[in-house]
Write a protein that binds this ligand. Structure first.
Ligand SMILES: [Mg+2]
Length: 379
């Protein structure tokens, strides 16, 4: 992690968007549309997500009906879509770092508002599935409580007003372009956390663009810093992934001198979507060989501009032979940094070695070393 001491601007309260910022609404919406569009012989391929993210429900419905040429009106679409959506609301997961952020701000008495393009009733239904969230927000403002939705500033202006704050003292956190525009139009500072990959270039008006909520540095905005980083690592809820080792891009050992043991991502689509790109670490088990320290990247590897999101673990051990086809088990226990691009291969390699050192040291801490004995790694 790189700790920056630069104070961007002082904020005394935080206005949070909901869908795509705190919860992964797009995942559930995509699942519903995939099935729903089949009825009309159409195929949802996710590309429309870019067009509907951050829009009001009415705008999003209009886009889908028009883009897919559905033989129904927007009202009819909504009357069919919303019951399906309501039935799935409990499946909308919080995004990584969302609960941590909310708990942290609440714990330090930082006033928070939820400010969303969804209706007030819809917001309340969604957050009801996330224990302890509702009590954290002093104010909730929905699209139906103001005259114009985002990208107009109304929702954020109303949220600031109800918090008794000047918009200039508010920090907005938003995943969508319309949301960022709304925040800037309202006169707030805005952190963008794009919910769609490879879209950073669209967020030029934001004061900062971060990869995920794991990367937020409240102290840069005059807010209390997180205290949970330990030796340059952030503990995360451990998660597992496993499968046979496949041949990767072949550049791990050839180009970089770093032999990664790649896993097929075919069976792990949901894990890949769920975890932000970045550098993580944990333990790797090869049942016939042993358990090893491991550092890994998840993402598109901007230096090589991968077309697909991949998981590339590096087992921190000198193996004398390849082990393609062998079962590899991983437990991921901590986070180091967001994915980054580099101006040269040398600087990329140097950073990976720095990550290795951070991971090797951290994995000796009891907090992380206790997972070495997990039977998942060896069974
Ligand atoms: Mg959003």
């Amino acid at each position: 992690m790189s700790m920056s001491n630069s104070l961007k601007k002082l904020s005394s309260c935080v206005l949070l968007d909901l869908d795509g910022t705190l919860i992964n609404t797009d995942g559930v919406v995509g699942d519903i549309l995939r099935k729903y569009l089949c009825k009309y012989g159409k195929q949802w391929d996710g590309r429309e997500t870019l067009k509907i993210v951050g829009k009001t429900p009415l705008e999003a419905a209009t886009t889908i009906v028009e883009d897919y040429g559905l033989p129904c009106g927007v009202d009819e679409f909504n009357s069919e879509f919303y019951p399906l959506f309501s039935a799935q609301m409990d499946k909308i997961k919080s995004l990584p770092g969302a609960s941590r952020l909310i708990r942290h701000l609440k714990c330090h008495g930082v006033p928070m508002a939820l400010a969303s393009n969804s209706s007030r009733a819809n917001i309340e239904s969604k957050i009801a599935h996330h224990k302890g969230w509702k009590e954290c927000f002093s104010v909730i403002v929905g699209r139906d409580e103001v005259s114009k939705g985002k990208p107009a500033p109304d929702i954020f202006l109303e949220a600031a007003k109800r918090l008794n704050k000047d918009p200039a003292d508010c920090l907005v956190i938003e995943d969508s372009v319309p949301g960022v525009m709304a925040g800037k139009a309202a006169g707030t500072k805005v952190i963008a956390v794009p919910s769609l990959p490879k879209q950073t270039h669209l967020y030029t008006s934001a004061d900062e663009v971060i990869n995920s909520l794991l990367d937020i540095r409240p102290e840069e905005w005059g807010l209390p810093p997180f205290q949970d980083w330990i030796e340059n690592t952030l503990p995360i809820d451990p998660w597992h992934i496993g499968g046979p080792v496949i041949k990767g891009f072949g550049r791990g050992s050839k180009v970089l001198g770093i032999p990664t043991a790649n896993l097929s991502t075919k069976d792990y689509a949901s894990e890949l979507v769920e975890h932000p790109s970045g550098v993580y670490f944990g333990w790797a088990g090869l049942p016939t060989r042993g358990v090893y320290k491991m550092v890994m990247s998840i993402g598109w590897n901007p230096f090589f501009d991968n077309k697909e999101k991949t998981i590339e673990p590096w087992l921190l051990h000198d193996f004398t032979e390849d082990f393609y086809g062998e079962e590899l088990r991983l437990i991921i226990v901590g986070y180091i940094r967001p994915e980054a691009n580099f101006t040269s291969l040398e600087s990329l390699v140097a950073k990976i070695h720095e990550d290795r050192e951070v991971a090797e040291r951290a994995l000796d801490l009891p907090l992380y070393s206790k997972f070495k004995g997990d039977t998942y790694l060896t069974e």
